[in-house]
Write a protein that binds this ligand. Structure first.
Ligand SMILES: NC(=O)c1ccc[n+]([C@@H]2O[C@H](COP(=O)([O-])OP(=O)(O)OC[C@H]3O[C@@H](n4cnc5c(N)ncnc54)[C@H](OP(=O)(O)O)[C@@H]3O)[C@@H](O)[C@H]2O)c1
Length: 326
């Protein structure tokens, strides 16, 4: 295995333009590491910026150039991505010299053998490279992107999570752990369960928002039906709504609340709290900003539930007469 501490070793970051990858790329560049951005739409980079290379999991012809001279890989499964394609890409990367793969997985992947992320983990476990699995809990960034509109327009956290607890983690902490796993020794064949420091109900999360933003944010505890109606009525694709219902059913059933100290063990500091996160991005939820011109500082693309299932064009039909399960 190559010397992990050699700054000349090149790290390829897939999903480098996404929620975790953006921060990860910045951190690696700050550490003086040779880093290459993998994206479907590369831009020409200034001399002091990381190199950007065309890479598409769906287009194997883009892999060769992207993997050239790379010995460490940050891997994610893009939203809606094909597991077989991702496994083929991993194999190609290992064939040409990648000896360590840091994979962004999901909390609880080990309990669900059919989950796409777990199928990629299993493939990595059987490969010739070492690996680090980052099994991340629900990103706080989701509240700043896909759900920010409800806070801005209705002063509400509007998700169908019932009374379930969620151990929200800041994706910046996930990126920091990824940077450590890519640049320090000792993370080979480790599986980290990355969570925030506590598990909150959405009612408690709304209280954190209220205290931090200085205005009352509520959690109306919408039923899955009411949530689907408002979200679909907002021109979100049906597939997106379905993915969200799945994610929040898991939370509703109480499976998203496990808290671990893995972030602290790796980083030597506490994970970012939800209050700190809300304070850092407070302008995202500013109710004086319209949704059409939401602040550019909004982090990432949220749940990443990208889908090509047909978009709805119905007008907003959410109303106060909806059934509320609370
Ligand atoms: N959101 C959560 O709460 C959460 C929690 C735990 C785990 N996760 C997992 O995290 C992963 C998403 O990470 P993220 O949120 O950091 O990303 P993201 O913000 O959803 O962005 C998606 C990234 O994937 C890239 N991408 C999309 N299609 C691609 C393709 N065909 N080939 C190559 N790259 C492609 C995009 O790059 P370009 O557009 O530049 O090509 C973009 O950088 C998913 O596997 C998700 O399950 C999410």
């Amino acid at each position: 295995m190559g010397d992990r501490n050699d700054p000349n070793n090149t790290v390829l970051v897939t999903g480098a333009t996404g929620t975790v990858g953006t921060t990860l790329t910045e951190l690696l560049a700050e550490y003086g590491r040779s880093v290459r951005i993998a994206t479907r739409t590369p831009a020409s980079a200034a001399a002091d910026e990381p190199e950007s290379v065309r890479f598409d999991f769906e287009k194997p012809e883009t892999w060769g150039r992207a993997f050239e001279g790379v010995d460490r890989l940050f891997l994610l499964l893009p939203p809606g991505g094909d597991v077989a394609r991702a496994r083929d890409a991993v194999d190609a990367a290992i064939r040409v010299g990648v000896d360590h793969v840091v994979f962004l997985s999901v909390l609880g992947a080990n309990r669900n053998p059919l989950l796409p992320h777990r199928r990629i983990e299993r493939h990595l476990e059987q490969s010739d490279a070492s690996y680090t699995f980052l099994r991340a809990s629900f990103f706080m960034q989701n509240l700043a992107e896909v759900h920010a509109v409800d806070v801005r327009e209705h002063d509400e956290l509007f998700v169908p999570a019932g009374e379930g607890r969620t151990s929200f983690v800041d994706a910046r902490d996930v990126a920091a752990v990824a940077a450590a796993a890519l640049t320090e020794p000792g993370h080979e064949n480790q599986r980290y369960d990355l969570t925030g420091r506590e598990a909150l109900t959405y009612d408690e999360a709304a209280q954190v928002f209220s205290e931090t933003l200085g205005r009352r944010i509520t959690y109306p505890n919408p039923s899955p039906f009411r949530f689907a109606r408002r979200t679909y009525g907002r021109d979100e694709p049906l597939g997106f709504v379905v993915v969200m219902l799945g994610i929040y059913t898991v939370a509703r059933l109480g499976f998203s609340g496990r808290v671990t100290d893995d972030v602290e063990r790796v980083l030597g500091r506490s994970p970012t709290s939800l209050a700190e996160f809300v304070d850092d991005y407070r302008e995202v939820w500013d109710s004086s900003v319209s949704s059409a011109s939401s602040p550019e500082s909004a982090p990432g693309t949220g749940l990443g539930a990208e889908t090509d299932v047909g978009a709805n064009t119905d007008s907003d039909s959410d109303s106060d007469t909806d059934t509320n399960t609370r």
